[in-house]
Write a protein that binds this ligand. Structure first.
Ligand code: ADP
Ligand code: MG
Length: 303
């Protein structure tokens, strides 16, 4: 602790004018962003906005059309994936079906020519980290979806990346498991202290996990900031609508975003007609129409 070197700061990841074109399709349009070393960042946006293309360029699985990817001060844009200091956890990439869990996890070490004893020892450490020690000798087909995800995570982390890239890692899981796995991801990121860049189209997931949220739309970054900032102060109409729970209303002075949980139903204020009531268990969604389009209000249903 005495030399004052900030380990986390050394692993900042910066995107500089990053652009991706597939023929005529502009998938990523000149984006700039600094991912703080050691943070959990959620890259969020609707389907087709360029999230996966961005992630794949960072990982080196997709060529950069223009711009640069700078990790820990070096331009890694033209390095092969294994040389970048990043690792990607793929959601749909099958584990090798004929290899047991330990050998799946150790695969990249085998490619590097490490001997079997070293590979096994490292793989066992990683399996312990993801709580899968008891499954090392099983084949992937003998695991549940959540367990397979843990193996993928261990397989990505065995390369000791500075940045772990996760493309919709939870979307194939059922809702219960998704919430459990996301807590585990967050805990793991805190323990390892490395940067996680997690792509999701789920607002809840991003709010729950992200130290920082980077909201993309139409190949560009609309807003980046802490979860609280993005939620409480959306910069654009798109962000307000996309984050959910906001009403965007045109008033005489311009458009304003009004949080549904801040709207009160009473006999004062704007006159409006209740159009829908949706029971949601702990609360209810009440749609009201003040004559300018339908708006949502969230109401506690305890009474
Ligand atoms: P997201 O992950 O946010 O859903 P993508 O990065 O996958 O978005 O895609 C961004 C845009 O690039 C989309 O219009 C998509 O159709 C297009 N695209 C993605 N991959 C390819 C590809 N390999 N070839 C051509 N177009 C692609
Ligand atoms: Mg995608």
């Amino acid at each position: 602790m005495s030399d004052g070197v900030d380990m986390r700061g050394r692993y900042d990841l910066e995107l500089v004018g990053l652009t991706k074109k597939y023929g005529d399709t502009l998938a990523v349009d000149n984006i700039n962003h600094l991912f703080q070393g050691g943070s959990y960042v959620c890259l969020l946006g609707p389907s087709g906005c360029g999230k996966s293309s961005t992630l794949r360029m960072i990982a080196g699985h997709e060529k950069v059309t223009e711009g640069a990817i700078v990790l820990a001060g070096s331009d890694v844009s033209h390095l092969i994936p294994a040389k970048r200091g990043t690792a990607m956890m793929f959601q749909n990439y099958a584990l090798f079906p004929h290899l047991n869990v330990r050998d799946n996890v150790a695969f990249s070490l085998r490619m590097k020519g490490e001997d079997k004893a070293t590979r096994d020892a490292r793989a066992n450490e990683l399996l312990e980290l993801v709580d899968m020690t008891g499954f090392a000798d099983r084949l992937p087909a003998q695991l549940s979806g959540g367990q397979q995800q843990r193996v993928r995570l261990a397989r990505a982390l065995i390369t000791q990346p500075k940045v772990l890239l996760l493309d919709e890692p939870l979307s194939a899981l059922d809702p219960f498991l998704r919430i459990r796995m996301r807590a585990e991801l967050k805990k793991l990121q805190r323990e390892l202290g490395i940067t996680f860049v997690h792509v999701t189209h789920g607002q809840d997931e991003a709010l729950a996990l992200g130290d920082e949220l980077v909201v993309m739309n139409n190949a560009m970054i609309e807003q980046a900031g802490s979860a609280r900032e993005v939620w409480t102060a959306p910069k654009t109409e798109f962000v307000a609508r996309f984050m959910g729970g906001h009403n965007v209303i045109a008033l005489d002075g311009g458009k304003v975003a009004l949080r549904a949980d801040d709207v009160k139903l009473s006999d004062q204020g704007l006159p409006a007609r209740v159009t829908t009531i949706e029971y949601q268990g702990g609360h209810a969604w009440i749609g009201v129409d003040p004559g300018r389009g339908t708006h949502g209000a969230q109401k506690s249903s305890s009474g």
